[in-house]
Design a protein around this ligand. Structure first.
Ligand SMILES: NC(=O)c1ccc[n+]([C@@H]2O[C@H](COP(=O)([O-])OP(=O)(O)OC[C@H]3O[C@@H](n4cnc5c(N)ncnc54)[C@H](OP(=O)(O)O)[C@@H]3O)[C@@H](O)[C@H]2O)c1
Length: 350
C-alpha cells in the first residue's frame, strides 16, 4: 500500500522481530526505516533474507513523512518520542508500558477489541499490551463470550527474552558459568536465573504484588471487561523464548470442557492442542517462531460451580509484542488511513 513505517528500537528483541514480520508480510525494504539509539546509529540490521537497513538515530530522526511508527525503545524513551512522532502526523503503536493505561490511548489486541482502534485519533498513539496479558486475553475472549468470566487466577512462566537482549545474554552466560565453574554475575535479574525461577518481574507495589502482576489485572479489564477480577503471580523462568501461563477461570454460567474446546477452536489466533497423552500439549520452546496462542490442558475445576483450568503458551516476542503491533498497523492501514493520499500525509479517514 506504500505506507512508510519506522521501527523504533529496531536493534532490540522486539524491534528485530517487527522487522522480520514486516518482511514476511511483503512490505518493501524501501518503505521501512530502522531507528534506535545513538549507540547503534550508522550500523545495519537485517531485513528479511536479502536486505539490510541502515540504523538511524532516534534523537535526530524526523517523523515527517512516516505514516506509522512501531515503537519499542523502552518506556522512558517512548514517553518523549512517541508524542513527538504523533505531532508530525505519524501514528505510533507503542510496545512499552508508558501509555497503556492512558484513557485517551486505546489498548488493543486485534482478536479481542479491534473496535478500540477507532479511538486512536485523540493522541495518534495506540498501546500494545504487556506480553503476558496479550496471550491470556486472546484465550479468555471466546470463553468470556460463552459463559462470562467472573475471576481469573493465573501463574505465569515467563521467558527471559521478555526482559530484552541483555537478559538473554545473562541466562546464557550464567548457564555456561555453572557448567565451567565460573562465578555467576547478576546484572539484569535480582537473583540467579540459570537453573532457577524468580517470582519477581518489574517493581514491587505497596500491596505486595509486583507491577507485572498489577498490569495483568488492569490491562485485562481495559481490553476485555472491567468487571473481571484477576489475581496473578508472575515468574521468570530460564527459558529463552515463549511464555506459559497456568490459568484458572471462574465463570458466571455453566461451560463444559467440550463447549470451551469448541469455542476456543472457532476463535481467531488460537490453536488448541489438547490431547490427554504424552506430548499432547504445547510447551514454550515449541511456541518460539509461531504466531498462534496455544491452549492445552483444558479441564474442569470442580472446586467452584463453573470453573476451568487451562495452559496457555505463546511466543512473547511475536504475539506478545511484534506481531500484535503489526496486526494493529494492518488494520489501521486497511480501515483508517487514506490509501490514496500522499505518502506521509495520509488523511485519517476511518
Ligand atoms: N520483549 C518482550 O517480550 C516485550 C513484550 C512487550 C513489550 N516489550 C517492551 O518493549 C520495549 C523493548 O523491549 P526489548 O525486549 O526489545 O528490549 P531490548 O532487546 O533491550 O532492545 C531495546 C531497544 O531499544 C533501543 N533503545 C534503547 N534506548 C534508546 C534510546 N535512548 N533511543 C532510541 N532507542 C533506544 C535499543 O537500541 P540500541 O541498540 O541502540 O541500544 C534497542 O533497539 C520495552 O519497553 C519492553 O518492556 C517487550
Amino acid at each position: 500500500m506504500g505506507f512508510k513505517v519506522a521501527v523504533v528500537g529496531a536493534t532490540g528483541n522486539v524491534g528485530r522481530e517487527m522487522l522480520s514480520i514486516l518482511a514476511e508480510r511483503g512490505i518493501p525494504a524501501g518503505d521501512v526505516t530502522a531507528v534506535a539509539s545513538e549507540r547503534s546509529a550508522g550500523g545495519e540490521v537485517s531485513y528479511g533474507e536479502d536486505d539490510v537497513l541502515k540504523v538511524e538515530d532516534l534523537e535526530r530522526f524526523d517523523f515527517e513523512g512516516t505514516d506509522i511508527g512501531l515503537f519499542s525503545p523502552g518506556a522512558k524513551v517512548s514517553a518523549i518520542h512517541a508524542p513527538r512522532a504523533a505531532k508530525s502526523g505519524c501514528v505510533v503503536i507503542d510496545n512499552t508500558s508508558h501509555f497503556r493505561m492512558d484513557p485517551d490511548v486505546p489498548l488493543v489486541v486485534p482478536e479481542v477489541n479491534p473496535e478500540a482502534i477507532a479511538h486512536y485519533k485523540k493522541r495518534l498513539i495506540i498501546a500494545n499490551p504487556n506480553c503476558s496479558t496479550i496471550q491470556m486475553v486472546v484465550a479468555l475472549k471466546p470463553l468470556h463470550d460463552f459463559a462470562r468470566i467472573k475471576r481469573v487466577v493465573v501463574a505465569t512462566y515467563q521467558s527471559v527474552s521478555g526482559a530484552g537482549r541483555e537478559a538473554m545474554d545473562e541466562l546464557f552466560n550464567q548457564t555456561r558459568g555453572v557448567y565451567v565453574n565460573d562465578p555467576i554475575t547478576k546484572e539484569v535479574f535480582t537473583k540467579q536465573i540459570a537453573f532457577n525461577c524468580i517470582p519477581h518481574i518489574d517493581v514491587f507495589m505497596e500491596d505486595g504484588s509486583t507491577k507485572e502482576e498489577w498490569k495483568m489485572g488492569v490491562e485485562t479489564r481495559k481490553i476485555l471487561d472491567r468487571d473481571i477480577a484477576v489475581h496473578a503471580t508472575c515468574v521468570r523462568v530460564p527459558v529463552f523464548i515463549g511464555h506459559a501461563e497456568a490459568v484458572n477461570v471462574e465463570f458466571e454460567r455453566p461451560i463444559s470442557v467440550e463447549q470451551a474446546r469448541a469455542a476456543l477452536k472457532a476463535a481467531p489466533g488460537i490453536s488448541v492442542i489438547d490431547r490427554r497423552v504424552d506430548e499432547g500439549y504445547v510447551t514454550p520452546q515449541e511456541s518460539a517462531g509461531e504466531d498462534a496462542v496455544f491452549v492445552s490442558r483444558i479441564r474442569r475445576d470442580p472446586t467452584v460451580p463453573h470453573g476451568l483450568g487451562l495452559w496457555v503458551v505463546a511466543d512473547n516476542l511475536r504475539k506478545g509484542a511484534a506481531l500484535n503491533a503489526v496486526q494493529i498497523a494492518e488494520i489501521l492501514m486497511r480501515e483508517y488511513l487514506d490509501q490514496s493520499g500522499d505518502v506521509g500525509r495520509r488523511r485519517h479517514i476511518g
